[in-house]
Design a protein around this ligand. Structure first.
Ligand SMILES: Nc1ncnc2c1ncn2[C@@H]1O[C@H](COP(=O)(O)OP(=O)(O)O)[C@@H](O)[C@H]1O
Ligand SMILES: [Mg+2]
Length: 257
């Protein structure tokens, strides 16, 4: 079996689509039969609810960060309702509001090691997707320290260009952090002159790292509202977006040695 690969999905801003991209990749991995773990680092725990986790757990991500022992990791793992008939194919390290208390702004190196230690206790997953909070504290830095790759998600707004620049800079400066997979612009509208302008700015800023942007589509919210993978919806828009996530997953898996 090929080795595990871990991808942080991050941005310094909220509401740009980190969780949406995490869910899209999780749906693609489920289709592909790649055993996947989603780590929900955001205190809002949107990935946990989006992945239709119903099992009650006695631990959560915050408990795992406090004590990354196998027993606690196991107690914080729950199956996604998306994979009901395929146990082990899609699991969630569940998030909760408690992780907000672990997001200190200036963490010590050893605090960042706990998550990596926890992930070494789930070797059965070949892909780990880490859904980050919209902040640059201990949670996002822990994700970077535990990942092979980081995907920076952004919208096409003016303030986002500076946020992408800072995220990439901080990523490059953190010792032992993931390497950037790319910058993904979400909710992109090619008809908007402002969006086209900002995309051009981003392309100049990040050079070869800019990925094919994701369009704004109502089907994203329909899938999330129904608690199902985008891949399960049959509309043309759902299929096109699903294919984009399939291609993104291919890009992630292709980095595996
Ligand atoms: N491409 C898209 N088309 C339509 N709605 C989207 C798209 N991407 C994200 N959204 C919606 O925008 C909101 C914020 O997205 P989310 O993934 O939760 O962002 P983040 O995790 O970065 O805070 C959610 O309601 C989500 O459904
Ligand atoms: Mg989110």
């Amino acid at each position: 079996m090929s080795r595990m690969i871990a991808l942080s999905v991050c941005s310094l801003k909220g509401g740009v689509g980190k969780t949406t991209v995490t869910l899209g990749l999780a749906g693609a991995a489920l289709r592909r039969g790649v055993p996947t773990l989603v780590v929900d680092l955001d205190p809002q725990a949107d990935a946990t609810s989006g992945l239709d986790v119903t099992a009650r757990r006695t631990a959560d991500l915050a408990a795992v960060l406090d004590s990354p022992k196998r027993k606690i990791v196991d107690a914080a793992l729950a199956p996604s309702g998306w994979a009901d008939d395929h146990p082990g194919q899609l699991d969630v390290l569940v998030g909760s509001a408690a992780s907000a208390l672990r997001d200190e702004p200036d963490p010590a190196g050893k605090d960042l090691a706990a998550l990596a230690a926890a992930l070494r206790k789930t070797p059965e997953h070949q892909l780990v997707l880490l859904d980050c909070p919209p902040s640059l504290g201990a949670l996002t830095r822990s994700a970077w320290a535990s990942s092979d790759l980081a995907l920076v998600v952004s919208d096409a707004g003016r303030f986002s260009v500076a946020a992408v620049d800072r995220a990439l800079r901080e990523l490059g400066e953190q010792h032992g952090a993931a390497r950037p997979l790319g910058v993904l612009v979400n909710r992109y509208s090619p008809r908007s002159a402002e969006h086209r302008f900002r995309l051009g700015e981003l392309r100049a800023l990040v050079d070869g790292l800019l990925l094919e942007p994701l369009p704004e589509r109502a089907v994203v919210q329909q899938a999330q509202g129904a608690g199902v993978p985008l891949h399960q919806l049959r509309s043309a828009a759902a299929r096109t977006l699903s294919a984009t996530f399939d291609a993104l997953l291919d890009r992630v898996l292709a980095t595996r040695a």
